[in-house]
Design a protein around this ligand. Structure first.
Ligand SMILES: Cc1cc2nc3c(=O)[nH]c(=O)nc-3n(C[C@H](O)[C@H](O)[C@H](O)COP(=O)(O)OP(=O)(O)OC[C@H]3O[C@@H](n4cnc5c(N)ncnc54)[C@H](O)[C@@H]3O)c2cc1C
Length: 371
């Protein structure tokens, strides 16, 4: 049977980042992906994602700051621009908490009145929004390009990346893990599970049931009526405890302004779907654009779907249980941290110091551990 040092399962944002981080350390690594690289059935596809340091929680703000340095290293390694600077706005009640977190981590920001924001960003309407926080480091991540760049740099660093290879099961033994494949099985010293919405199922076979719920999201794209309207800053509207609107610029790669709503969603089977665009949500997004983005045509030019993998507390799972490292449950906000998550999971796989306390992300915490 083929033997490898480390096997990474899943080549989305997190698996490709982990493979690259392991390659940087010269570790023998195989990366296994069940579909074709860059496919559109998981969580990492599409042109764009938001990068922001503003979070209503200083832990994530600090992580985003560390991630920003690693994004710059990834850009240098790959020779590609992967973050397009736009600055970012947070508006509504939780913006206060974002301001507190930014103060704690020492990141710059300023408060804007409704009028000041309207003057600075004329394609948007800030009617009734208070408070409004501007943070200059926010940017648009070029998502598809990032995954491709991480894969390319990992392969250049010696990672053997194989697509169309589905891992059927993981079986930890005394000193190695057997990885069941349709053809020949593999053995690895350590397995890193970065299987997105499929992680729960793979891990449950190990007696490690985690509360990881895949839900389908619909996002829509809108063109500016006046090209002067672009670029707009990344935008988070903290509308209420169960509703967060977000919007981000096309950044030269998307079909338009991307708009979505972080509103929960219906759990789905990542295997069988349904994967159709939620037309009702696309309509609500269009209504939101006519209200908040008057410089854009509210008729969407495209709508797409994508999977979130939710934990009940929306914190990630970053942990090692014996020879199995888990990077899962990114709860719709993981992409901006991808280069950092790669470093953290590589450190866990190598029993090295991750450089931060991962206690909040433990698989054994009551919020995610299923009995
Ligand atoms: C609509 C939407 C908007 C988002 N916006 C933002 C944003 O603005 N900012 C932000 O930071 N984050 C955002 N996110 C979240 C972010 O995109 C995700 O957290 C991140 O992409 C998760 O990556 P992943 O690698 O864990 O999962 P995935 O990309 O799904 O990768 C998992 C991979 O594992 C493979 N796999 C699964 N099972 C197996 C198996 N048995 N064998 C082999 N391979 C397997 C899958 O095929 C898949 O390729 C958004 C997500 C969505 C859906």
């Amino acid at each position: 049977m083929e033997r490898v040092d480390i096997a990474v399962i899943g080549a989305g944002a997190m698996g490709s980042a982990t493979a690259r981080a392991l390659a940087r350390r010269g570790v023998e690594t195989v990366l296994l992906e069940r579909f074709e690289f860059g496919h559109t059935r998981g969580s990492s596809h599409g042109p764009t994602r938001i990068f922001r340091i503003a979070y209503p929680d200083p832990l994530y703000s600090a992580m985003a700051q560390r991630a920003l340095t690693l994004w710059r290293e990834l850009e240098a390694d790959s020779g590609e621009r992967l973050l397009v600077a736009t600055g970012g706005l947070d508006a509504g009640p939780s913006a206060h908490l974002c301001g507190q977190a930014l103060e704690i981590v020492g990141a710059p920001f300023e408060w804007l009145t409704e009028e000041e924001a309207g003057e600075r960003f004329p394609a948007m309407s800030f009617d009734g929004l208070h408070p409004i926080l501007y943070q200059p480091d926010a940017a648009v991540c070029l998502a598809d390009r990032t995954v491709a760049a991480q894969l390319r740099v990992a392969a250049e660093g010696g990672v053997e990346a194989r697509d169309q290879v589905e891992v059927l099961a993981i079986e930890p033994g005394a000193d190695r893990v057997r990885i069941r494949l349709a053809d020949d099985d593999l053995e690895a010293r350590v397995v890193v599970v970065t299987a997105g919405s499929w992680a729960g199922e793979l891990l449950s076979g190990l007696g490690m049931p985690l509360d990881l719920t895949p839900i389908l999201q619909t996002v829509a794209y809108f063109e500016p009526t006046n090209p002067q309207a672009a670029p707009v800053p990344t935008f988070i509207e903290w509308a209420g405890p169960d509703l967060v609107w977000y919007a981000l610029d096309a950044a030269g790669v998307g079909p338009g302004l991307k708009v979505g709503a972080h509103v929960g969603g219906v759990p789905i089977d990542p295997q069988d779907g349904p994967f159709e665009v939620d037309q009702a949500l696309a309509k609500v997004e269009s209504e939101y654009v006519s209200r908040r983005f008057p410089g854009f045509d509210p008729e969407p030019v495209r709508a797409d779907t994508c999977l979130y993998t939710m934990t009940p507390d929306e914190d990630f799972v970053l942990d090692r249980i014996g020879p199995v490292v888990v990077g899962a449950g990114f709860s719709g906000h993981g992409f901006k941290f991808a280069p950092l998550i790669g470093e953290l999971l590589a450190a866990l796989a190598l029993d090295a110091d991750p450089g931060m306390d991962l206690v909040r992300f433990r698989a054994s915490r009551p919020a995610v551990r299923q009995s």
